[in-house]
Design a protein around this ligand. Structure first.
Ligand code: HEM
Length: 147
């Protein structure tokens, strides 16, 4: 009965993570043009602080539950990632998730070294946004596509 618990945790963590990325790209990037720069800066600093408190825990649950599900059910399949469509798509999804994690570490490093600029923020947001779309499509396609 552990698998459905892990899947539910994974789904909730994914909702929070994907929701935050979509909010930043679809709302914040557009709102920027409508608000004075000083107000936007304060808003982004406050959102950034909250994200840096919350996101490490969300990522821990997301990756922990994901790894737990693979451990429980898909480890033998992933041993031969090209043997089935499901294994290939799942392996691809996990590779993209690992790349998202690297983006997160990269952003944290830029913040720590006070090198995070508007340009880096836009680039990281756009890249993580595309990763999210691909991950969600793969997470569903792996159950429906076959070749
Ligand atoms: C950015 C990171 C990730 C995101 C946004 C994400 C998102 C998702 C989403 C939306 C689903 C579909 C859940 C559903 O429809 O019920 C899913 C399923 C799944 N994810 Fe992830 N995931 C991420 C990372 C990982 C990692 C790191 C692993 C494993 C190492 C993993 C393993 C799985 C598995 C095995 C499923 C299928 C579960 C099932 O339906 O039985 N995920 N993921």
């Amino acid at each position: 009965m552990i698998y459905p618990v892990l899947l539910t945790l994974h789904l909730f963590a994914a909702l929070i993570f994907i929701g935050t990325v979509f909010f930043e790209v679809l709302f914040l990037d557009n709102i920027r043009k409508q608000l004075p720069a000083r107000l936007m800066l304060l808003l982004e600093q406050a959102i950034g602080r909250r994200a840096r408190q919350l996101m490490p825990w969300v990522l821990l649950v997301l990756f922990g539950a994901g790894i737990g599900m693979v451990w429980q059910r898909y480890l033998p399949l992933l041993a031969a990632p090209l043997a089935s469509a499901f294994a290939t798509l799942l392996a691809l999804k996990i590779a993209l998730a690992a790349s998202v994690l690297l983006h997160f570490v990269w952003a944290m490093l830029l913040f720590r070294q006070e090198r995070m600029t508007a340009g880096w923020t836009r680039l990281i947001h756009a890249s993580v946004f595309s990763h999210m779309i691909a991950i969600v499509v793969l997470a569903k396609a792996m159950f429906y596509l076959a070749w």
